[in-house]
Design a protein around this ligand. Structure first.
Ligand code: ASP
Ligand code: MG
Length: 430
């Protein structure tokens, strides 16, 4: 059994869906479970829809736009009397009815129910197309199999029940059909829709693979594999042919967007290989992540934007000690903030974190009475894993380095990006 995952970019229009069918055709003799994300940027549009709804603004135009997007794609894939059109129609009627009656429900619950529609739509369309052009395909509702807690927007999986559901029912479907199901979604004990966090479809593929004890998961992407850097930012980036689970996990920890961070653990625990391959050149093998005896992989560059540097200074002429640190760490824990980099001196402790939601403001609010706080916004954090002389030579001059750190294996540099730096100097010159 193999599990495939196709993300939003691989089903963003009719030609892409045809390409997905071509890829699947290459493997149609295998038992396949295919996990698909919402088409293109549909999830973003659905998030905006929910926002408009809660802001009591006109959400119907947005809904119509999303509907037309799916109908237009389908028109290029099916005859006009195909029953997919009725299906799409009824999904959108369902959405409208839900929103019109949802007034009293809580935001997170409405969010998950609405945003999950993207995956429900895309999988209906993809399943129908594969069924017509590749091989008999069945559509399964992932919510019947993946069971979670009541955290609607970042749900945790109940592994016991989920593994049992998947393992006991899906293999029979996969015997003679291609199974198509949704990424990103599950349901809780009340049967209500939950979501696994943005970009969570990779994780869904790992969940299905775990329940099925599959031989591998393949994530089909718009890049040639896991690369030594983001090729849009560093054209000299190359594919890393083989990675160990731990190396891949380390890369996601430092912010590489190769794969959803929660994906690796269940695969490593169950010794399921993970392939990252290009859907535009499916004959290429891309990257394989496994137990492997991969030699040290080449230096890899990871860039995180929207970083904030925060310095906490003691105000009472004492030093930074364990008590003071625990005040800071408690606040970080309370707000669920991950530290990307930290450093201390005698009188201050500094951290670098992502600028996300209103977490920075809330952190300052909690700690402002205990410390003198200084903030630097709009920074970038470059991490090089397995740096060597050659990697260090590629670092072009950055105008202002805020913090630099090295361990034996990992190098970090937090700096003001040039563009911002120029803006700042222009402001000062005025
Ligand atoms: N469609 C969801 C998102 O865009 C899940 C995914 O793509 O993995 O976040
Ligand atoms: Mg997506």
């Amino acid at each position: 059994m193999k599990v495939f995952k196709f993300g939003g970019a691989s089903v963003k229009d009719a030609d892409s869906v045809k390409n997905v069918a071509e890829v699947i055709k290459m493997f149609s003799n295998d038992e396949l479970v295919v996990v698909v994300s919402a088409m293109g940027k549909t999830t973003n549009h659905l998030e905006e829809l929910v926002q408009l709804y809660y802001d009591r603004q006109n959400w119907k135009d947005k809904l119509n736009w999303i509907k037309n997007f799916h109908i237009d794609i389908s028109k290029n894939l099916f005859n006009k009397d195909h029953d997919i059109f009725e299906r799409i129609e009824s999904i959108f009627e369902g959405i409208e009815e839900y929103l019109e009656n949802a007034k009293s429900k809580n935001y997170a619950e409405v969010y998950s129910e609405m945003v999950s529609q993207g995956e429900l739509l895309s999988t209906r369309i993809v399943r129908s197309y594969i069924n017509e052009h590749v091989k008999k395909a069945v559509w399964l509702d992932a919510r019947k199999y993946i069971k979670t807690d009541f955290n609607y927007t970042d749900a945790r999986v109940d592994w016991e029940i989920t593994k049992r559901n998947i393992g006991s029912k899906i293999p029979a479907f996969a015997k003679d059909s291609i199974v198509v199901s949704q990424g990103f979604i599950g349901s809780n004990g009340e049967g209500k829709t939950t979501t696994l966090g943005r970009e969570g479809s990779d994780f869904s593929a790992a969940i299905f693979a775990t329940g099925l004890q599959a031989e591998s998961v393949t994530v089909w992407k718009d890049v040639p594999g896991v690369m030594t850097a983001d090729p849009r930012k560093m054209p000299e980036a190359t594919v890393i042919p083989e990675l160990k689970y731990t190396d891949a996990a380390e890369m996601t920890y430092y912010g590489a967007s190769i794969i959803h961070p929660r994906t690796i653990k269940p695969l490593a625990q169950n010794k399921i290989k993970l392939y990252v391959r290009p859907f535009t050149a499916p004959e290429n093998i891309g990257t394989v992540i496994g137990k492997g005896n991969a030699e040290k992989h080449p230096a890899s560059f990871i860039l995180k934007t929207k970083q904030v540097f925060i310095d906490f200074k003691v105000t009472d002429f004492t030093f930074i000690d364990e008590k003071k640190l625990s005040i800071i760490f408690n606040a970080l824990d309370q707000l669920n903030i991950k530290i990307n980099l930290m450093q201390n001196s005698a009188v201050s402790f500094s951290i670098c974190i992502d600028k996300k939601f209103d977490k920075v403001e809330n952190l300052v609010e909690i700690l402002k009475n205990d410390f003198e706080i200084e903030l630097r916004d709009n920074l970038e954090l470059l991490t090089i894993i397995g740096y060597d002389d050659a990697a260090m030579k590629t670092l072009y001059h950055r105008d202002e380095i805020i913090l630099e750190q090295k361990t034996k294996k990992v190098y970090h540099m937090l700096y003001v990006p040039e563009k911002i730096h120029k803006e700042l100097s222009a402001q000062k010159a005025k």
